[in-house]
Design a protein around this ligand. Structure first.
Ligand code: CUA
Length: 351
Protein backbone atom coordinates (compact mmCIF):
# COMPACT_ATOMS: atom_id res chain seq x y z
CA UNK A 1 0.00 0.00 0.00
CA UNK A 2 1.35 3.44 -0.86
CA UNK A 3 2.19 5.58 2.14
CA UNK A 4 -0.35 8.34 2.66
CA UNK A 5 1.50 11.60 2.04
CA UNK A 6 -1.52 13.87 1.92
CA UNK A 7 -2.98 15.96 4.63
CA UNK A 8 -6.67 16.80 4.43
CA UNK A 9 -7.87 20.02 6.04
CA UNK A 10 -11.43 21.26 6.20
CA UNK A 11 -11.68 24.99 5.54
CA UNK A 12 -13.97 26.62 8.11
CA UNK A 13 -15.52 29.15 5.74
CA UNK A 14 -18.27 30.23 8.13
CA UNK A 15 -15.89 30.81 11.05
CA UNK A 16 -13.57 32.86 8.85
CA UNK A 17 -16.40 34.98 7.48
CA UNK A 18 -17.70 35.69 10.98
CA UNK A 19 -14.24 36.73 12.21
CA UNK A 20 -13.76 38.84 9.05
CA UNK A 21 -17.12 40.59 9.41
CA UNK A 22 -16.53 41.45 13.07
CA UNK A 23 -13.05 42.76 12.27
CA UNK A 24 -14.50 44.80 9.34
CA UNK A 25 -17.12 46.38 11.57
CA UNK A 26 -14.44 47.37 14.09
CA UNK A 27 -12.21 48.69 11.27
CA UNK A 28 -14.97 50.83 9.72
CA UNK A 29 -16.02 52.21 13.10
CA UNK A 30 -12.39 53.12 13.90
CA UNK A 31 -11.86 54.60 10.42
CA UNK A 32 -14.90 56.84 10.71
CA UNK A 33 -14.31 57.76 14.37
CA UNK A 34 -10.85 59.21 13.69
CA UNK A 35 -10.82 62.90 12.75
CA UNK A 36 -8.50 62.65 9.74
CA UNK A 37 -8.85 66.25 8.60
CA UNK A 38 -9.04 69.69 10.23
CA UNK A 39 -12.30 71.67 10.33
CA UNK A 40 -13.48 72.12 6.74
CA UNK A 41 -13.42 75.69 5.45
CA UNK A 42 -14.31 75.47 1.76
CA UNK A 43 -17.22 74.28 -0.38
CA UNK A 44 -14.81 71.69 -1.81
CA UNK A 45 -14.23 70.11 1.60
CA UNK A 46 -17.68 68.51 2.05
CA UNK A 47 -17.69 66.36 -1.11
CA UNK A 48 -14.05 65.36 -0.52
CA UNK A 49 -14.69 64.29 3.07
CA UNK A 50 -17.73 62.32 1.93
CA UNK A 51 -15.68 60.61 -0.77
CA UNK A 52 -13.10 59.73 1.86
CA UNK A 53 -15.78 58.16 4.10
CA UNK A 54 -17.10 56.08 1.19
CA UNK A 55 -13.55 54.86 0.48
CA UNK A 56 -13.25 53.80 4.12
CA UNK A 57 -16.59 51.96 3.92
CA UNK A 58 -15.40 49.98 0.91
CA UNK A 59 -11.67 49.50 1.46
CA UNK A 60 -11.64 48.60 5.16
CA UNK A 61 -13.75 45.41 4.78
CA UNK A 62 -11.59 44.21 1.88
CA UNK A 63 -8.35 44.92 3.75
CA UNK A 64 -9.66 43.30 6.93
CA UNK A 65 -11.09 40.27 5.14
CA UNK A 66 -7.87 39.56 3.24
CA UNK A 67 -5.72 40.08 6.33
CA UNK A 68 -8.00 37.90 8.45
CA UNK A 69 -7.87 35.03 5.94
CA UNK A 70 -4.08 35.25 5.65
CA UNK A 71 -3.51 35.29 9.43
CA UNK A 72 -6.12 32.60 10.03
CA UNK A 73 -4.59 30.35 7.36
CA UNK A 74 -1.07 30.78 8.69
CA UNK A 75 -2.28 29.61 12.09
CA UNK A 76 -4.80 26.98 11.06
CA UNK A 77 -2.77 25.26 8.35
CA UNK A 78 0.63 25.50 9.99
CA UNK A 79 2.90 22.46 9.93
CA UNK A 80 2.67 20.42 13.09
CA UNK A 81 5.43 18.10 14.41
CA UNK A 82 5.50 14.90 12.39
CA UNK A 83 4.02 16.52 9.27
CA UNK A 84 7.35 17.48 7.72
CA UNK A 85 6.89 15.16 4.74
CA UNK A 86 3.18 15.71 4.14
CA UNK A 87 1.82 17.68 1.25
CA UNK A 88 -1.45 19.56 0.83
CA UNK A 89 -4.27 18.52 -1.46
CA UNK A 90 -3.57 18.93 -5.20
CA UNK A 91 -5.35 22.11 -6.31
CA UNK A 92 -5.40 22.98 -10.00
CA UNK A 93 -7.34 26.20 -9.76
CA UNK A 94 -11.01 27.02 -9.59
CA UNK A 95 -12.40 28.90 -12.57
CA UNK A 96 -15.60 30.00 -10.87
CA UNK A 97 -13.69 31.38 -7.87
CA UNK A 98 -11.20 33.19 -10.12
CA UNK A 99 -13.97 34.81 -12.15
CA UNK A 100 -15.66 35.96 -8.96
CA UNK A 101 -12.52 37.42 -7.38
CA UNK A 102 -11.67 39.27 -10.58
CA UNK A 103 -15.16 40.55 -11.32
CA UNK A 104 -15.97 41.88 -7.84
CA UNK A 105 -12.84 44.10 -7.48
CA UNK A 106 -13.29 45.30 -11.07
CA UNK A 107 -16.87 46.39 -10.37
CA UNK A 108 -15.83 48.06 -7.09
CA UNK A 109 -13.02 49.95 -8.86
CA UNK A 110 -15.24 51.16 -11.70
CA UNK A 111 -17.88 52.41 -9.26
CA UNK A 112 -15.34 54.17 -7.00
CA UNK A 113 -13.46 55.75 -9.92
CA UNK A 114 -16.72 57.03 -11.43
CA UNK A 115 -17.78 58.51 -8.11
CA UNK A 116 -14.34 60.14 -7.58
CA UNK A 117 -14.44 61.54 -11.12
CA UNK A 118 -17.87 63.06 -10.53
CA UNK A 119 -16.66 64.66 -7.27
CA UNK A 120 -13.51 66.03 -8.91
CA UNK A 121 -15.39 67.49 -11.89
CA UNK A 122 -17.93 69.01 -9.53
CA UNK A 123 -15.46 70.76 -7.19
CA UNK A 124 -13.26 71.97 -10.07
CA UNK A 125 -16.13 73.58 -11.95
CA UNK A 126 -15.54 77.19 -13.07
CA UNK A 127 -17.36 79.74 -10.91
CA UNK A 128 -18.78 83.12 -11.78
CA UNK A 129 -17.02 86.08 -10.17
CA UNK A 130 -13.80 84.11 -9.74
CA UNK A 131 -10.79 85.91 -8.28
CA UNK A 132 -7.32 85.05 -9.52
CA UNK A 133 -4.44 84.73 -7.07
CA UNK A 134 -0.90 83.89 -8.20
CA UNK A 135 0.98 81.71 -5.74
CA UNK A 136 4.76 81.46 -5.85
CA UNK A 137 6.73 78.86 -3.94
CA UNK A 138 10.44 79.19 -3.34
CA UNK A 139 12.83 77.92 -0.71
CA UNK A 140 11.30 78.47 1.81
CA UNK A 141 8.37 80.80 1.57
CA UNK A 142 5.05 81.31 -0.17
CA UNK A 143 4.13 84.64 -1.70
CA UNK A 144 0.75 85.64 -3.04
CA UNK A 145 0.01 88.08 -5.81
CA UNK A 146 -3.38 89.67 -6.44
CA UNK A 147 -3.58 91.01 -9.99
CA UNK A 148 -5.37 94.40 -10.11
CA UNK A 149 -7.04 95.53 -13.32
CA UNK A 150 -5.19 98.58 -14.54
CA UNK A 151 -2.66 98.66 -11.75
CA UNK A 152 0.32 96.98 -10.15
CA UNK A 153 -0.49 93.59 -8.59
CA UNK A 154 -0.60 93.44 -4.82
CA UNK A 155 2.03 91.19 -3.24
CA UNK A 156 1.64 89.62 0.16
CA UNK A 157 3.13 86.84 2.24
CA UNK A 158 -0.23 86.38 3.94
CA UNK A 159 -3.09 84.81 2.03
CA UNK A 160 -6.26 86.89 2.37
CA UNK A 161 -9.52 85.51 0.99
CA UNK A 162 -13.09 86.75 1.06
CA UNK A 163 -15.66 84.34 2.46
CA UNK A 164 -17.86 82.78 -0.26
CA UNK A 165 -15.81 84.39 -3.04
CA UNK A 166 -14.50 81.74 -5.46
CA UNK A 167 -10.74 81.81 -6.03
CA UNK A 168 -8.57 80.23 -8.67
CA UNK A 169 -4.95 79.76 -7.65
CA UNK A 170 -2.22 79.87 -10.32
CA UNK A 171 0.71 78.13 -8.71
CA UNK A 172 4.36 78.23 -9.75
CA UNK A 173 7.76 77.52 -8.23
CA UNK A 174 11.04 79.35 -8.67
CA UNK A 175 13.53 76.68 -7.65
CA UNK A 176 12.44 73.14 -6.76
CA UNK A 177 9.08 71.37 -6.51
CA UNK A 178 6.87 72.55 -3.64
CA UNK A 179 3.22 71.76 -2.96
CA UNK A 180 0.64 74.39 -2.15
CA UNK A 181 -1.77 73.08 0.45
CA UNK A 182 -4.33 74.56 2.81
CA UNK A 183 -5.53 71.46 4.67
CA UNK A 184 -8.76 73.18 5.75
CA UNK A 185 -9.66 73.65 2.07
CA UNK A 186 -8.66 70.02 1.27
CA UNK A 187 -7.25 71.01 -2.15
CA UNK A 188 -3.54 70.81 -2.97
CA UNK A 189 -1.34 70.92 -6.01
CA UNK A 190 2.37 70.67 -6.76
CA UNK A 191 4.21 73.91 -7.53
CA UNK A 192 6.55 72.87 -10.33
CA UNK A 193 9.30 75.04 -11.84
CA UNK A 194 8.54 75.91 -15.46
CA UNK A 195 4.79 75.28 -15.44
CA UNK A 196 1.70 76.82 -13.84
CA UNK A 197 -0.65 74.51 -11.98
CA UNK A 198 -4.12 75.57 -10.88
CA UNK A 199 -7.01 74.78 -8.63
CA UNK A 200 -10.21 76.33 -7.44
CA UNK A 201 -11.45 76.91 -3.92
CA UNK A 202 -14.42 78.72 -2.45
CA UNK A 203 -13.69 79.47 1.21
CA UNK A 204 -16.93 79.27 3.19
CA UNK A 205 -15.87 79.66 6.81
CA UNK A 206 -14.31 82.69 8.52
CA UNK A 207 -11.03 82.12 10.33
CA UNK A 208 -7.32 81.60 9.92
CA UNK A 209 -5.91 78.38 8.53
CA UNK A 210 -2.35 77.13 8.01
CA UNK A 211 -0.88 77.18 4.51
CA UNK A 212 1.76 74.48 4.27
CA UNK A 213 4.21 73.04 1.80
CA UNK A 214 3.43 69.37 1.21
CA UNK A 215 6.47 68.41 -0.85
CA UNK A 216 9.86 67.82 0.77
CA UNK A 217 11.78 70.72 -0.75
CA UNK A 218 14.92 71.09 1.34
CA UNK A 219 16.05 71.76 4.90
CA UNK A 220 13.56 74.58 5.45
CA UNK A 221 10.56 72.57 4.19
CA UNK A 222 8.97 72.35 7.64
CA UNK A 223 8.99 76.15 8.09
CA UNK A 224 7.53 76.86 4.66
CA UNK A 225 4.27 77.97 6.24
CA UNK A 226 1.95 80.93 5.98
CA UNK A 227 -1.54 81.74 7.15
CA UNK A 228 -4.72 81.90 5.10
CA UNK A 229 -7.13 84.50 6.46
CA UNK A 230 -10.74 84.02 5.39
CA UNK A 231 -12.45 87.33 6.15
CA UNK A 232 -15.79 88.98 5.43
CA UNK A 233 -15.99 90.45 1.89
CA UNK A 234 -16.04 94.04 3.19
CA UNK A 235 -12.95 93.39 5.28
CA UNK A 236 -11.25 91.82 2.30
CA UNK A 237 -11.95 94.88 0.12
CA UNK A 238 -10.55 97.04 2.92
CA UNK A 239 -7.40 94.90 3.04
CA UNK A 240 -6.95 95.21 -0.72
CA UNK A 241 -7.36 98.98 -0.49
CA UNK A 242 -4.78 99.14 2.30
CA UNK A 243 -2.28 97.13 0.27
CA UNK A 244 -2.79 99.43 -2.70
CA UNK A 245 -2.09 102.56 -0.67
CA UNK A 246 -0.15 101.69 2.47
CA UNK A 247 0.95 105.27 3.02
CA UNK A 248 -2.57 106.71 3.02
CA UNK A 249 -3.84 103.90 5.21
CA UNK A 250 -1.29 104.89 7.87
CA UNK A 251 -2.95 108.28 7.96
CA UNK A 252 -2.40 111.77 6.65
CA UNK A 253 -0.52 110.77 3.51
CA UNK A 254 2.77 110.60 5.41
CA UNK A 255 4.87 107.54 4.58
CA UNK A 256 4.75 104.98 7.37
CA UNK A 257 7.97 104.96 9.40
CA UNK A 258 9.73 101.63 8.92
CA UNK A 259 10.10 100.00 12.31
CA UNK A 260 12.85 97.38 12.69
CA UNK A 261 11.20 95.46 15.49
CA UNK A 262 7.85 95.23 13.67
CA UNK A 263 9.61 94.10 10.51
CA UNK A 264 11.43 91.46 12.52
CA UNK A 265 8.29 90.02 14.10
CA UNK A 266 5.72 90.52 11.31
CA UNK A 267 7.65 90.88 8.04
CA UNK A 268 6.38 93.51 5.63
CA UNK A 269 3.78 91.77 3.51
CA UNK A 270 6.21 90.57 0.87
CA UNK A 271 9.06 89.51 3.16
CA UNK A 272 8.62 86.68 5.64
CA UNK A 273 9.11 87.60 9.31
CA UNK A 274 12.60 86.89 10.69
CA UNK A 275 11.02 85.70 13.94
CA UNK A 276 9.67 82.62 12.12
CA UNK A 277 13.16 81.14 12.13
CA UNK A 278 15.40 83.12 14.49
CA UNK A 279 15.73 83.62 18.22
CA UNK A 280 15.98 87.21 19.42
CA UNK A 281 15.25 88.00 23.07
CA UNK A 282 14.27 91.64 22.45
CA UNK A 283 11.53 90.59 20.00
CA UNK A 284 10.39 87.63 22.09
CA UNK A 285 11.29 85.34 19.18
CA UNK A 286 12.45 81.77 19.76
CA UNK A 287 12.79 80.24 16.26
CA UNK A 288 15.28 77.39 16.01
CA UNK A 289 15.63 77.00 12.24
CA UNK A 290 18.25 79.71 11.86
CA UNK A 291 21.03 80.89 14.17
CA UNK A 292 20.26 82.56 17.53
CA UNK A 293 20.79 86.22 16.66
CA UNK A 294 21.55 87.21 20.26
CA UNK A 295 24.66 85.02 19.92
CA UNK A 296 25.79 85.30 16.30
CA UNK A 297 25.36 89.06 15.96
CA UNK A 298 27.19 89.94 19.17
CA UNK A 299 29.94 92.46 18.42
CA UNK A 300 29.06 92.58 14.69
CA UNK A 301 28.81 95.86 12.83
CA UNK A 302 26.04 97.17 10.59
CA UNK A 303 27.80 96.08 7.39
CA UNK A 304 27.96 92.46 8.59
CA UNK A 305 24.30 92.48 9.64
CA UNK A 306 23.22 93.97 6.33
CA UNK A 307 25.16 91.39 4.37
CA UNK A 308 23.75 88.57 6.52
CA UNK A 309 20.24 89.67 5.51
CA UNK A 310 20.81 90.28 1.81
CA UNK A 311 23.41 87.54 1.12
CA UNK A 312 22.67 84.99 3.83
CA UNK A 313 24.91 82.30 2.39
CA UNK A 314 28.09 84.37 2.27
CA UNK A 315 29.01 83.43 5.82
CA UNK A 316 27.27 80.54 7.56
CA UNK A 317 27.08 80.37 11.35
CA UNK A 318 28.73 77.23 12.83
CA UNK A 319 26.29 74.34 13.13
CA UNK A 320 24.01 75.68 10.38
CA UNK A 321 23.75 74.98 6.71
CA UNK A 322 23.50 77.44 3.83
CA UNK A 323 20.66 77.70 1.37
CA UNK A 324 17.82 77.79 3.87
CA UNK A 325 17.25 81.49 4.43
CA UNK A 326 15.48 83.17 1.48
CA UNK A 327 17.98 85.04 -0.68
CA UNK A 328 15.54 87.73 -1.76
CA UNK A 329 15.34 89.98 1.32
CA UNK A 330 17.31 92.56 -0.61
CA UNK A 331 14.34 92.75 -3.00
CA UNK A 332 11.39 92.23 -0.71
CA UNK A 333 12.51 94.85 1.81
CA UNK A 334 12.67 98.48 0.74
CA UNK A 335 15.92 100.35 1.31
CA UNK A 336 14.35 102.17 4.23
CA UNK A 337 13.06 98.92 5.74
CA UNK A 338 16.46 97.28 5.40
CA UNK A 339 18.10 100.27 7.14
CA UNK A 340 15.57 100.08 9.96
CA UNK A 341 16.07 96.32 10.38
CA UNK A 342 19.87 96.58 10.36
CA UNK A 343 19.76 99.39 12.92
CA UNK A 344 17.36 97.51 15.16
CA UNK A 345 19.42 94.29 15.08
CA UNK A 346 22.61 96.27 15.69
CA UNK A 347 21.01 97.97 18.71
CA UNK A 348 19.53 94.93 20.40
CA UNK A 349 21.95 92.14 19.42
CA UNK A 350 25.14 93.68 18.01
CA UNK A 351 26.32 95.32 21.20
CU1 CUA B 1 8.50 73.90 -0.12
CU2 CUA B 1 8.41 71.85 1.14
Amino acid sequence: MPEDTRREDKIPVVQMLVVGLIASAIGIAAGLAIEWFPTPASTQAGPIDHLFDVLIWTSVPIFVLVTTIVLFSVFKFRMRPGEENLDGPPIHGNTRLEVVWTAIPAIILVVLCSYAWVVLTDIEEAQANEMRINVTGQQFAWTFEYPQSGGKPIKSNQLYLAKDRPVRFYVKALDVIHDFWVPAFRMKVDAVPGIVTKYRVTPDRLGTYPVVCAELCGLGHAVMRNTAHVVAPAQFDKWIAEQKAPAQAAGGGAAKQADGKTLFTDGNGAATACSACHTLADAGASGQTGPDLDKVLKGKDAAFIRESITSPDKEIAPGFQGGIMPKNYGDTLSGEELDALVKYLGDVAGK
